[in-house]
Design a protein around this ligand. Sequence first.
Ligand code: 5HY
Length: 245
Amino acid sequence: MHLTIVNPNTTASMTHTIGEAARAVAAPGTVIEAVNPEHGPASIEGYYDEVHAIPGMLAEMRARPGADAFVIACFDDTGLEAARSLMDAPVIGIGEAAMHLATLVAGRFSVVTTLAVSVPALEHNVHKYGFSHRCGRVRSCEVPVLELEDPASGAYGLISAEISRAKTEDRAEAIVLGCAGMADLAARLSAEHGIPVIDGVAAAVKLAESLHALGLKTSKACGYAPPRPKAYRGMFAPAAVATDG
Ligand code: 5HY
């Protein structure tokens, strides 16, 4: 299968880390393409960044009608519903994917994300996905997204310390890493803490492969029906869909 992973921010080094994490778990025969838009924020931290990342992300997907599935490699699941409306192929957000897998291996999980500004949107997603009773807390380690890849930021130590607090204060039995930029830390953190630590990129790749193997695609029955043709004016004119969808 051809699996396109879209990092909705515009930082190519992060897209590279995401691509490597995806290839590390992909099944033989799964071709991974990791891309990011040229236009938009360098990182997504909160609502304002999120809405400005969506048009570029959708344009990258739209340019790839032949992909068998898409992964949105931002833990906010940036523009997930719009992407499912636009594309016929399945679209999986790493946030939703990681939470689903966490509930298969633990009664209770906590999320550890980057900055406090990201927490409310993630709490909304926990509720939207129906995991409020399984998620102890959405926590932040106060490391900005782009500093995760800087060894001098102490990111690993700060994330690990937050996991320790989640185990004692939230009674977390598993941890969901709340940023695509943490994808390469999961195995080491899991070994250190002795509980499942789940990376959403890996989780989404395996779920995309499962959907493809089962021939499952996004239902177009109602909410994810294709956008209706209409005029889009100004800078968004290219986003308009033609009568042939
Ligand atoms: C992410 N931001 O996964 C989110 C994490 C966050 O640019 N990639 C980003 O902090 O919301």
